[in-house]
Design a protein around this ligand. Sequence first.
Ligand SMILES: Cc1cc2nc3c(=O)[nH]c(=O)nc-3n(C[C@H](O)[C@H](O)[C@H](O)COP(=O)(O)O)c2cc1C
Length: 261
Amino acid sequence: MKSYEEMIRERRGILKSHGIEHEEWEPHQRKGILPPPLEKPYPKDGTLVDLVKPNDISLGDVSLMKAINQRQSRRKFTDSALTLEELSFLLWSTQGVKSIDKNKVWTKRVVPSGGARHPLETYLIINRVEGIEQGVYRYLPIEHKLLLVAKHDHQLPERVSTACYGQTFVGDSAVVFVWTTIPYRSEWRYSVIAYKDILIEAGHVCQNLYLACEAIRTGTCAIAAYDQKAMDALIDVDEENEFTIYLAPVGKVSARARGAK
Ligand SMILES: Cc1cc2nc3c(=O)[nH]c(=O)nc-3n(C[C@H](O)[C@H](O)[C@H](O)COP(=O)(O)O)c2cc1C
């Protein structure tokens, strides 16, 4: 068994920068192996939900200074539902695709990503969104649509809170954003040094969610305290090639909690 000191040294290594000139780590990209898909494939007969197109969204016209200044972790949500336009705005603000390479090797999105690999997927546990049935969904950033993953299960809010070690406000939210990673998307280019980038990128995405929420009188709270197996089972991912790394419940926040006059 490894000693505590060895474990610390090994794990701290993930935070450091390592050169990429190691023959034994030669990335698959350099070996000429074709890249993985830009977004997780989905069944052709899957149930899709249309979102409000980015060009038709008329929300979020708030000064950046104000959104940054007001940002805080929100853990008290009202019972109000989010509108479809609000959800569309939040999804686009976190993973919206702006262009796709003609060879389908990279996408450019609203957030930065090492090598434009974008190794994250977004799942939604929907509780209260107007016009969308409760259930588990996945955002398809290229199509800007939702894919139904699992229909409503009455226990869903409780199961989410339990999977977050009893943080009940998570299940009280209107929708929970759950970010998974498909690590191979980054490993293909960066091999065994991909992991630092993947974690940094989740931070970019969640910060955009915080700011976008503040712009539409909703709130969120980053969550890293969750049970890996329980959360992966909830959104139906395989734990090995794709697994949860971060999540954030979103809900309406009262004017009082926002400190509005
Ligand atoms: C990586 C990360 C993980 C976090 N995990 C949790 C969590 O599991 N539960 C929670 O209530 N807050 C969590 N938070 C929110 C922090 O508690 C919060 O950001 C901190 O208290 C500062 O408050 P502020 O965001 O309002 O400035 C997390 C924040 C980050 C950045």
